[in-house]
Design a binder for this molecule. Structure first.
Ligand code: GAL
Length: 697
């Protein structure tokens, strides 16, 4: 059946957000499962947009036995988003099938966190409310009856890109195909700018997350199979060597059973978990536990969950149906009582994605059935976020904030303080993840595991230190990688001669992270209250500058700081500075923007540029953020007429900020008046002390 959408109407849902119902949508969708309400007050504060930016009249819908198709005319825009896309930035001309997958090896749309939300540089976002593996054909194909661009018969090509690249030149439709569905609700998010469309989407999700402040420090995950003794020894080593570290992660081995999971401490490896936890907490560490949601028969919650699980098992464990409140209660209560109340600061939710590209697929099949009526395909899209929601709710109940990891997410993830990660390990793809994540309400860590050289280790650490989560995931390495980057030698305790020098270089990188922590925390507060992602693609900030559309290896932190990571083998790299003046963070030298320049950087330097007119708050680095840590801030002003830098001051660990228990510490500078600091708000504690000012002109 084919029809035009002439009869469809766009209904205003919230300011600047319209819903368009096409056909008969399925019952189970991300919105039907959404647990966090939109932040209406913050949405109202965004600029008003009177009309839906997309004209419905020219949309065409088709329903077939295969599913539902809608074709939407689009202009000459660039397109971004669709979740954690590790292989490409601008989605124009691409076909993406949003399948949940743990090994997204090629540019197909497979992702740990696919999100059916696409943004246009014309300043709108389109969200399709579906849990299906929907395909987005982003101006990639030309329908019959329209003018395509044909090859001349004698034209030959000399590369495959050239041969295939022009096949669909002139395509001007966005086509969305949803298998099995007979209709869909589409939501249009207005800008007027692309960045504001992103903000609207995040605020509709409930606002961005505000992690516990310690979560923005350095993370270290220890070797799987470590014992209690090993863990304490590692913690003491990090402190003795003054390596900044806020979170220690335990990998499989802390439980009696994994894979699947029992959620019980192993009495052999961890005979006194409370003694260890108390010791680690005393040393200033937060402890994060690896787990997945597949429940081993020996687990104390197995019996209660059995009636509410899917009809396929994984690693001999149940797959709980987290859409059912009783499941969330059982799983959540148990974690709260047995682990969170004992001092566990957060969890790493592993294997909540799916597997297709490996020899032995381990996850539940798409044809699985769940008691709620969801099938395996729908459950794959929903699983990670439901699981995050279950554990996040336990922390909220206790008025404690957390920061954790998860390997799967989907639509409306912004309020959940979980960071995505992957077993894939390409450094460039990892940086592209940081560039792309902000278009879809996601956080991502380009974590460091092993390295092939000293250079590789340093370059990777520099990138991760300037990401949402500064994580060393040494789950298969016995000793810190700076003592020996070769995995086998490391596991044989053979250390590199002179490794202290490498350790010191790594310490410098972690200290850079700690210097920037108050700044990054303030940007997360903007994420929370304004929906503005703390890490942003240049294309989000300058969508009208077409040079930014192809830049997938540079990004912004907040408004002020531009990061251009270096990769192994590089002595220099091209850096595009958008229009305006910029300053090199390291040399304070001024550069004119609007052009690409070659920037050289020695191994110990990551190119960083500060946008003129901004104040950067730099903290004296601490080794970890304790409840009473006060950061000593040096404020550096770059250029004249600087806008105020607003630090967010609160206890950093509770939700009291939702009851106005926070201050805004504004750092201001003007040529006439010089530096000025104001503090407004109701929080009685102090987290920041401004100790010095530097003016760079
Ligand atoms: C992987 C995960 C790794 C590590 C490992 C432990 O699936 O991505 O980070 O946790 O499991 O077995």
């Amino acid at each position: 059946m084919r029809y035009s959408s002439k009869t469809a109407t766009a209904k205003t849902v919230l300011p600047g957000i319209w819903k368009v119902r096409l056909g008969r949508p399925e019952a189970a969708t991300p919105i039907s499962l959404k647990q966090i309400p939109a932040d209406k007050a913050a949405l109202i504060a965004l600029p008003a947009v009177a009309d839906c930016p997309l004209l419905l009249a020219d949309w065409r819908c088709t329903v077939t036995a295969a599913g539902f198709r809608v074709e939407i005319p689009v202009g000459d825009d660039a397109f971004f988003g669709l979740g954690l896309q590790l292989k490409s930035h601008n989605q124009k001309g691409k076909k993406k099938t949003l399948r949940v997958n743990s090994d997204p090896v090629s540019d197909t749309g497979d992702s740990h966190a696919p999100v059916p939300f696409l943004l246009s540089t014309q300043g709108w976002g389109l969200y399709a409310d579906t849990l299906r593996y929907a395909s987005f054909y982003v101006a990639s194909h030309v329908p019959g009856g329209e003018k395509g661009v044909a090859h001349h018969s004698m034209e030959t090509a000399t590369s495959t890109d050239e041969l295939y690249g022009k096949a669909n030149a002139g395509a001007n439709r966005l086509v969305l195909f949803i298998p099995a569905a007979k209709g869909v609700d589409l939501y249009v998010f207005a800008g007027p700018t692309l960045k504001q469309a992103v903000q609207r989407y995040n605020l509709f999700s409930g606002g961005g997350c505000l992690p516990a402040i310690w979560g923005l420090g350095v993370w270290y995950r220890a070797l799987g199979g470590f014992t209690q003794e090993d863990t304490i020894r590692l913690a003491a080593h990090l402190r003795e060597h003054h390596m900044p570290c806020d979170v220690l992660g335990l990998e499989p081995g802390w439980q009696t059973k994994a894979y699947s999971c029992s959620y019980l401490w192993s009495p052999e490896r961890f005979p006194q978990p409370q003694v260890m936890l108390d010791r680690l907490i005393e040393l200033g560490f937060n402890v994060n536990l690896w787990e997945h949601a597949f429940v081993h028969p020996s687990s104390p919650i197995h019996r209660d969950l059995e009636p509410y699980s899917g009809d396929y098992q994984i690693w001999g464990g149940l797959v709980p149906d987290f859409t059912i409140p009783a499941v969330r209660d059982t799983f959540g209560d148990y974690h709260g009582r047995e682990l969170i109340d004992k001092g566990i600061s957060g969890f790493k939710l592993d294997e909540c994605d799916n597997s297709d590209f490996i020899s032995y697929p381990w996850s539940f099949p798409e044809h699985s059935q769940f008691p709620s009526g969801l099938d395996g395909e729908q459950m794959h899209s929903a699983f990670g976020l439901l699981y995050q929601g279950c554990l996040y709710a336990e922390y909220r109940k206790r008025n404690r904030r957390t920061y954790g990891e998860a390997r799967n997410s989907h639509a409306f993830a912004a309020p959940y303080p979980f960071v995505l990660y992957s077993d894939l390990y390409d450094h460039r793809d990892f940086v592209r993840g940081v560039v792309n994540m902000g278009f879809s309400g996601l956080l991502w860590s380009p974590e460091v595991r092993h390295a092939v050289s000293e250079e590789d280790l340093i370059r990777r650490l520099q990138s991760v230190a300037l990401s949402p989560q500064a994580l060393v995931n040494a789950w298969y390495i016995r000793n810190p990688p700076w003592m020996q980057f070769d995995t086998e030698k490391n596991n044989r305790n053979e250390f590199m001669p002179g490794h202290e020098k490498l350790e010191s270089a790594c310490r410098d990188i972690f200290q850079l992270r700690m210097r920037l922590l108050p700044f990054i925390y303030a940007e997360f507060a903007r994420y929370r209250f304004e929906g503005l992602p703390p890490f942003r693609s240049l294309a989000m900030e300058w969508p009208d500058d077409i040079n930014t559309h192809k830049i997938d290896d540079q990004y912004l932190i907040g408004d002020a700081l531009l990061v251009a990571p270096m990769f192994s083998g590089q002595k220099e790299r091209p850096v595009y500075l958008p229009a305006g003046d910029w300053y090199c963070f390291h040399t304070r030298k001024k550069y004119r923007g609007g052009e690409t320049r070659t920037v050289a950087a020695d191994l110990h330097t990551i190119p960083l540029f500060v946008r003129a007119g901004h104040i950067l708050p730099l903290a004296e680095p601490v080794e970890c953020v304790r409840p009473d840590t006060v950061f000593k801030i040096s404020a550096v002003t770059f250029g004249e007429n600087c806008q105020a830098c607003r630090l967010f001051e609160d206890d950093g660990i509770s939700f009291d900020y939702e009851r106005e228990q926070y201050n805004i510490v504004s750092l201001m500078w003007s040529q006439d008046e010089g530096p000025r600091v104001t503090r407004t708000g109701h929080y009685s504690g102090r987290r920041y002390e401004i100790v010095s000012w530097e003016h760079v002109s």
